[in-house]
Each structure stands twice: as C-alpha cells, then as structure tokens.
Design a protein around this ligand. Structure first.
Ligand code: PSV
Ligand code: MN
Length: 407
C-alpha cells in the first residue's frame, strides 16, 4: 500500500519532468547482469587469502550460489566461468546443472596467467612452443564455450614486461595477433571475442594489451566478431571511462563490461561502492547511444554484455554480489530518468550549466519506488539483500565448511 502510494507519486513527478516510466520499466526488466563464478569463491590479496566458511567447493556449487542471486534479483541469469579454475570433466553436466537452476553459462574466461610456463608471457612469449600452448588453451576455451552453449570468450592477457629491454614490444604485438587470429577463426558466426585491456599488473613496465585503443585496433584487425571489453578497474586514475565508452559505441566495437569499484588500482571491490556517479555516466552514454540515428550504433548499445568481475576478500560473497547487482541496477535506473531532449537542447544552446544540470538531476533522484515496482512486477523481493538474510541460505551453506574454491 505504502509502496503503491510512493510509486504513484514518483510516476507523477517523472511525468512532470517529461519521463515516461513504462519505457524505463521495460528497460529495467530487460537488463541482465552476468555474475562471475570466481566472485563466489575465496579470494584475497597478494598478502593473504582469508578463507570463509560456506564457500562453494566446485563449479557446481558456484552455480548454486549464483542461482540464489538470480532468484532474488531476477536479472542475473548467466554465470561467467574461468578456465582452468572451473575446469570439469563433463561440461555437458555443468551446463545441465546450470540450466536446472535456471541459469546459463556465460562468458568463458581463459586463464593464461597462472601456469609456470607463462612467466615471461603466454601469446607474446618469445618461445614459439609456449605461444602454441597458450593458443591451444584458448582454443580449448572456444570448445568449452561450444559445449556449454556460451557465445562469448572474454580474453584478458597478463602478458607484459617489468623492465626496459626485457622484451621486443613490436614482435610481441605481432605474436599476439597471430595467436588471436587462430582463435578468432575457431569462433562460430554467432560467437564473439571480447578483448579486455589493462595498463599494468602483473607486469609493471609494459603490458601487451594496455589500453582500449590497442584492444580496439586488435578487434578491428581480427574482424567483426571481436569487440572491446571495458573493465572499470583497468584505467589510470582520473581516466574518463564514459568517454571511452562513447567512442567505442560510435565505432560499434563495445562488447562488454567488467564492473567493479576501485579506489587506487584494480581493487575489484563491490561495483558502484566507490564511484556510483561514474557508473551512472557510463549508462548515460549507453542510453544516449540507444537513441542514435545509426541503427548499428543502437544495436551495439543494445547488445552489450554487462558482467561483474570482483573479488570479495573480506565481505561474505553472495551478499557482496547482490549488493553489486543492486548498485548497477540503481545507476542504470537513474540514467533511464535523464531527459535527453533537455540535454540535447542545452548542447545546441551552448548552455553548459543547463546540460550539466540535466544529467545530474537524474542522478540525484531516489529510484527506490521505481525499483520496488519493477521487482514486484518481476516477482522478486523488493529488497534482495534483506530477503537473502531471511532465507536461511547463508546458514545452510556453512555445512560446506572452510577451504572451498579459490583463485
Ligand atoms: C584481470 O585483472 C581481470 O580483470 C580479468 O578479467 C581476469 O579474468 C579477472 O580479472 C580475474 O579476476
Ligand atoms: Mn576483468
């Protein structure tokens, strides 16, 4: 009753601002956020991994935890996997298990950073045999994607050097292309390769795939099934991520996101915890592109894969994922309330203050009544975190004990 009144008032206020809530509601219901299998496992820093009780012991239990997140939010129907962290004997069985829980296997993330052979690089290693091994591992991931029904390979390379002269940067660039071209050829027509970049860590002098420009260049050379993935933790301090987003959208090469929060480096904290405005501005660019006159820009904006990529070192895993999903959903909801006609008019008039105000105004709106109404229509609890706390699931999984899966 209280919720109905709050929603009616909210609807009235938005109508006065020229915003129709029916479209916003549809878009909120269509939003999908993929959760990472590794977000449910134990993780830590290079100093310590604190083990938690109740952490899933294998990929099957990770799916069970992910299904709880989906049940409570209604918007997390797929789970990204990381190979070899999630290697199983029978991928058909993992797929069936996920499906039985109402889930699908999402992006397959090849891990080319934990094998001793990759100490000096994987696809950029000076040794041809190691590049070959890395290529085969990537091809294995394409095969896993085909077996699990996944349509995406999400590629991040840890390759780079620590000192000047350590590697031949140009040769490494070409080796990387050669390997990825082979992987690209193995993709089915409806699959895509999402190329993720990061300017540092674990390498500290140069990273072979350091920024969005390199990822974009590589994607362009590989072909239309290759797109860029933006991880919000992978930029230098102060980088304008929404600018990168707008640029890649216009080039029709933005394929996906790894959302997480950072304060200093690639901190992998709960999405939206530290810089909610940045998340909101990213969505404002995407929703602006959804109105573009070029249908291909609109199509790109509508086919972005939204994924979380986080490690929960101190906080309990499932609530941390829930909080992240809710934070992303909240900023998306706020961006849906931007009056873009007002923004465009202010741009035409060179009215800097009005343009900035039109964007900020939406950010300042409390969208709880809208989210409650949407959740009610989707038959999920109005407060997923509270519902989780009351569900008894956290207590139930304690029987798994300590020492579950970790990265
Ligand atoms: C690298 O920092 C990264 O963002 C890549 O996406 C990896 O797959 C993931 O983190 C591992 O946590
Ligand atoms: Mn990432």
């Amino acid at each position: 009753m209280m919720n109905d009144r709050a929603y009616a008032l909210f609807e009235e206020q938005q109508k006065d601002r020229g915003i129709s809530l029916s479209e916003a509601k549809e878009k909120l219901k269509a939003l999908k956020i993929e959760t990472p299998s590794w977000g449910y496992g134990d993780s830590g820093t290079r100093f310590k991994v604190f083990q938690q009780e109740g952490v899933p012991r294998d990929p099957f239990e990770k799916m069970e935890d992910a299904s709880v997140v989906h049940k409570l939010t209604g918007i997390c129907p797929s789970v990204a996997i990381h190979i070899p962290w999630d290697r199983v004997d029978d991928y058909g069985k993992l797929k069936a298990h996920a499906e039985q829980l109402g889930l699908a296997i999402g992006a397959v993330n090849p891990n080319l950073f934990q094998d001793d052979d990759y100490k000096f690089g994987s696809v950029t290693n000076v040794k041809a045999a190691i590049r070959q091994k890395a290529t085969e591992q990537l091809l294995e991931c394409v095969d896993i994607a085909k077996q699990t029904g996944s349509k995406e390979i999400s590629l991040w390379l840890a390759d780079g050097t620590n000192y000047p002269g350590q590697g031949d940067i140009r040769k490494r660039k070409n080796w990387m292309y050669e390997c990825l071209a082979e992987v690209y050829e193995a993709l089915d027509d409806d699959m895509r390769l999402l190329i993720e970049y990061k300017f540092f860590e674990p390498a500290f002098y140069h990273t072979d795939l350091a920024d969005w420009g390199m990822a974009y260049n590589l994607a362009q050379k590989l072909g239309p099934k290759a797109e860029v993935l933006v991880d919000t933790g992978h930029h230098a301090q102060g980088t304008n991520i929404e600018h990168i987003v707008a640029y890649l959208l216009d080039e029709k090469r933005l394929g996906g996101f790894h959302f997480n929060s950072r304060k200093y480096a690639d901190d992998d904290l709960i999405a939206g915890a530290h810089n909610p405005y940045e998340l909101f501005l990213i969505f404002s660019q995407i929703l602006d592109a959804c109105r573009d006159s070029d249908p291909n820009v609109r199509k790109t904006a509508e086919h972005i894969s939204y994924m979380l990529d986080q490690c929960h070192n101190l906080e309990p895993k499932i609530p941390a994922v829930l909080r992240s999903v809710m934070n992303v959903q909240t900023q998306f909801a706020k961006a849906l309330l931007i009056n873009f006609d007002e923004v465009k008019k202010a741009q035409e008039d060179h009215d800097v203050l009005a343009a900035e105000a039109a964007i900020r105004e939406a950010f300042e709106i409390d969208v709880k009544p809208l989210l409650c109404a949407v959740r009610e229509e989707m038959n999920v609890p109005p407060d997923p975190l509270k519902a989780y706390a009351e569900s008894g699931y956290a207590e139930k999984i304690l029987a798994r004990g300590k020492g579950g899966a970790s990265w």
